[in-house]
Write a protein that binds this ligand. Structure first.
Ligand SMILES: C[S@@+](CC[C@H](N)C(=O)[O-])C[C@H]1O[C@@H](n2cnc3c(N)ncnc32)[C@H](O)[C@@H]1O
Length: 339
């Protein structure tokens, strides 16, 4: 397949990524980072989602990924969960996908990550805001899989600022002692390493509203891709898992966010997308020198943005409304009016 668009480091390909990958040399890719379509779950007559159909569909992609990745390589899949239509329960498809890739195809689960979108609106509304029987679904799972148990990686590439508590501790000192949990907190804990090792919970709001990409789409009368991930998500993994000059592939490229990130970080890259209307907009990402970042990294006060989760007990006051005995099955119209 000839490139639809090319830069010095990368290319955009229009077509089916399965056909494209079949023409590539084995062991030629350092990282596959992607967000596959999530919408393939279908309702069966008996109300259960056919997650095995999704897993079956994914197998031919998984086989190619396994063939193409170098032994030091990684496969990173951002995958949204799904609700079973018409009932307040979740599909298991994303878990079954990870189990299939590891058990049947021999990938290793290097680590699971959770991408928390703090700006996510409460959904699905029926279960969350009307019947109040589930909480807001605001986290995507990101599977980090590898070919061997030892993919190349360094958390030094993705360090985070120290928390205020840790800064205080570094300033005021820390008495080495055994924690109640049995952890022996040694003096090394109070060494100032300049930054903190981040957790596997990644907080990035998906609120792009004034990016160059969106302005480009508007200027050209193009519809922006409806399911984009924020650039900082693939960037985290490109930084942590690849070196300058390594090769990165996104086989479900959408608006080619991964290509834009790789341009910025000097990785070689290929983005494959089967819909030309998405690629027309994606080209806006490459028509000028890469910007340092498109997303909001600093708030109005100039502080680097950090997102707080309240302690779950912050508002617990001993008052408890009785629970609905039917688990919310009967839709009560006044349910919405109660706090
Ligand atoms: C969730 S979207 C990816 C969005 C992308 N991460 C972004 O931020 O713009 C998945 C994309 O995969 C594309 N796709 C699905 N099957 C494909 C295939 N076999 N080959 C290439 N693209 C495919 C869809 O058209 C869709 O644009």
């Amino acid at each position: 397949m000839s490139p639809y668009y090319q830069t010095k480091r990368g290319q955009v390909v229009l077509g089916d990524s399965l056909a494209y990958m079949a023409g590539l040399k084995a062991r030629s890719i350092d990282l596959i980072v992607t967000s596959p379509p999530f919408g393939l779950v279908r309702k069966k007559d008996y109300g259960n989602v056919e997650s095995h159909e999704y897993v079956e569909w994914f197998k031919s992609f998984g086989n190619e990924f396994k063939r193409l990745l170098k032994a030091s390589g990684s496969l990173v899949i951002d995958i949204g969960g799904a609700w079973i239509p018409g009932q307040p329960t979740r599909s298991l498809y994303h878990f079954e996908l990870a189990i299939m890739l590891c058990r049947e195809m021999g990938f290793y689960l290097a680590q699971e990550f959770f991408w928390w979108n703090p700006s996510k609106l409460p959904s699905p509304a029926e279960w969350v805001t009307v019947r109040r029987i589930r909480v807001k679904d605001a986290v995507n799972i990101v599977w980090w899989l590898s070919i061997t148990p030892w993919p190349k990686a360094s958390n030094r590439r993705v360090l985070a600022p120290y928390s205020a508590a840790m800064k205080g501790l570094l300033k005021n000192g820390y008495r080495a002692k055994l924690r109640p949990s049995g952890h022996d907190i040694s003096k090394n804990f109070s060494n100032d390493n300049g930054a903190a090792i981040p957790p596997n919970l990644i907080a990035i709001p998906n609120t792009e509203s004034n990016s160059y990409y969106l302005r480009y789409c508007e200027r050209h009368g193009l519809k922006p891709h409806p399911a984009r991930f924020p650039a900082s998500l693939p960037e985290f993994f490109v930084r942590m898992l690849t070196d300058d000059g390594d090769t990165v592939l996104d086989p479900f490229a959408g608006s080619c966010v991964v290509g834009e990130v790789c341009e910025r970080l000097h990785r070689r890259w290929t983005c494959v997308e089967m819909r030309e209307d998405y690629l027309k907009g994606a080209l806006g990402r490459f028509e000028r020198a890469p910007e340092p970042k498109q997303e909001q990294m600093f708030d109005a006060s100039g502080e680097s943005s950090a997102y707080k989760l309240h302690h779950p007990a912050a508002l617990w006051n001993g008052h408890e409304d009785p629970l609905e005995k039917d688990g919310g099955k009967e839709r009560k119209l006044n349910a919405r009016r109660r706090s």
